[in-house]
Design a binder for this molecule. Structure first.
Ligand code: NAD
Length: 497
């Protein structure tokens, strides 16, 4: 069976168009909806060509999905935790068997180089493996009553139907980071991927169903009117939990909608990560770490280093080293061999990033990286390093979400810490120093949920991922992640003799 046939069978729909979207590049086209007004067209950000169509659901579609996932709840939560765990382990196997197709789908709809997409598949699958393991961990405990005369028993019950809303930047990992703990805890879910990148989520859920997840336990809905969809679902008493990853503005809207029903919420929101390089840092480690923290996912990450603060004594060498790495990047289609930087997500992002760069240059920033030609089509932004950025420039207070680095220099460590904390956001931060004392002192005083010390990549399934301040509420990953989908119940047993 050819690969294209396999896709037709997997999706159970007709193939819109086989062949290649770019000369020489094999392309898979997912057609989940007929052409016309009821469809969302998915474009390859590197070519602007159509790579798929998914349904543009309205109220009827959302209600049908909600009813189905709600009806599937009692049977799924009644399964033993070992059964749920076994099914999730089987999902790991099936998803990894389809690793290449998943990775190519991510690249086609989101743009990142396929090697990064493969890394995302591995990372995303790791969440399922982790929660397959967490599913069977003790869900409750026994505590002595300090006064005697009774026993305190706690149990953990699934919170119920969860609405899971995901962003476009990690189409697979942001979905599995929610779906896996929800299923492990015994919840069913309605998943709403971003309208720019829904194909990966559809494919993941199809494969999970093939691996044994009941058909209606996870339902995917796509819509071009997410505000109306969430307003309707959030008001529905069957929805007991919302887990959202996306911008702080939308998170605030959802929290407002959750309030009247006192709904359980998890919010993984925007960041503005500072990355501080002190004079005593190991230069190579700092350059490597900053490059990874800035350029992973083409800079389109909530934990991307947004403000790189470098102490005067090391600044020249650091900027030279980082600029060399930027200049070495190869722009192109993510499926093309050798590409290390794909496009940004859409034309709006190109414009937005351009305006931030212009404002920084107007305020005295210096462009250090070489000029280069961009591909003729697609939404490309050249990798660019701006030095001596004014910390009052808009680029310092806005998520750049693209391959542009903003370096500001400082002399006094206290000044760096004050700048780092001068933001309403508090997701991630990075510190580079060879002094253990300075590392701990700085990490403890940074107002963020996560701190990388001499490292630029901090995402890890075993770690509690999440922010403070306007970056969110709750944690994903680790043992904390499953608690977001559980209600604690306390039983008090009379033990008087
Ligand atoms: P976004 O907020 O525009 O969209 C995220 C999701 O919310 C999408 O599925 C979208 O369709 C949906 N949405 C939009 N408006 C809505 C509404 N009114 N009601 C309900 N749903 C709505 O964000 P984005 O542009 O897709 O993603 C980028 C943002 O996500 C950045 O701010 C980034 O920092 C953040 N992010 C955070 C994390 C984290 O773990 N903290 C991870 C990845 C991305």
């Amino acid at each position: 069976m050819t690969r294209i046939m396999e896709y037709v069978l997997l999706f159970g729909t007709t193939l819109m168009q086989a062949g290649s979207a770019m000369n020489d590049l094999p392309t898979i086209i997912h057609d989940l909806s007929p052409d016309g007004p009821g469809s969302i067209v998915i474009e390859d950000p590197a070519t602007s060509r159509t790579v798929g169509r998914v349904p543009d659901s309205s109220l009827e579609g959302w209600n049908e999905a909600l009813a189905a996932a709600s009806a599937a709840g009692p049977a799924w939560s009644a399964r033993s935790s070992r059964e749920r765990s076994d099914i999730l382990h089987e999902c790991v196997r099936v998803l990894l068997e389809n690793r290449d197709d998943l990775a190519r789908t991510i690249t086609l709809e989101m743009g990142k180089p396929v090697a990064e997409s493969q890394a995302e598949v591995d990372y995303a699958v790791d969440y399922i493996r982790w929660y397959a393991e967490e599913a069977v961990r003790p869900a409750g405990d026994y505590r002595a009553d300090p006064k005697g005369g009774s026993a305190i028993i706690t149990t953990r019950a699934p919170v119920g139907l969860a609405l899971l809303i995901a962003p476009w930047n990690f189409p697979m990992a942001m979905a599995t980071r929610k779906i896996a703990p929800a299923l492990a805890a015994g919840c069913t879910a309605v998943v709403k991927p971003a309208e720019l990148t829904p194909l990966t989520t559809y494919l993941v859920v199809r494969l999970m169903i093939r691996a044994g997840v009941p058909e209606d336990a996870v339902r995917v809905v796509t819509t071009t009117d997410p505000a109306a969809m969430s307003a309707s679902m959030m008001a529905d008493p069957r929805v007991r939990k919302v887990s959202f990853t996306g911008s702080t503005g939308v998170g605030a809207v959802l929290l407002g909608q959750a309030a009247p029903r006192i709904m359980r919420t998890s919010m993984e929101l925007g960041g503005n990560a500072p990355l501080i390089v002190f004079d005593d840092a190991d230069l190579e480690r700092a350059v490597d770490g900053a490059f990874a923290a800035k350029m992973r996912n083409g800079g389109q990450s909530c934990v991307a280093a947004n403000r790189i603060l470098v102490q005067d004594g090391i600044a020249d060498a650091f900027v030279d080293g980082l600029a060399e790495r930027f200049d070495g990047m190869v722009l192109g289609h993510g499926l093309e061999e050798g590409t290390t930087l794909g496009p940004v997500i859409d034309a709006r992002a190109v414009r937005r990033i351009g305006e931030l760069v212009e404002d920084a240059l107007d305020r005295g920033a210096v462009e250090v990286t070489a000029e280069r030609d961009l591909p003729d089509e697609g939404h490309f932004v050249a990798p660019s390093l701006l030095d001596r950025v004014d910390t009052d420039a808009r680029i310092s207070s806005t998520e750049i979400f693209g391959p542009v680095a903003a370096v500001s220099r400082f002399s006094d460590p206290e000044q760096a810490l004050a700048i780092a904390n001068d933001t309403p956001h508090g997701l991630a931060a990075y510190v580079f120093t060879e002094s253990l004392e300075r590392a701990f002192d700085t990490a403890e005083r940074l107002e963020t949920g996560m701190v990388g010390i001499n490292r630029g990549v901090i995402s890890n399934v075993a770690a509690p991922f999440g922010g403070v301040k306007t970056s969110g509420i709750g944690r994903e990953g680790s043992s904390e992640g499953i608690e977001e989908y559980q209600e604690i119940r306390y039983l008090n047993l009379d033990r008087r003799r």
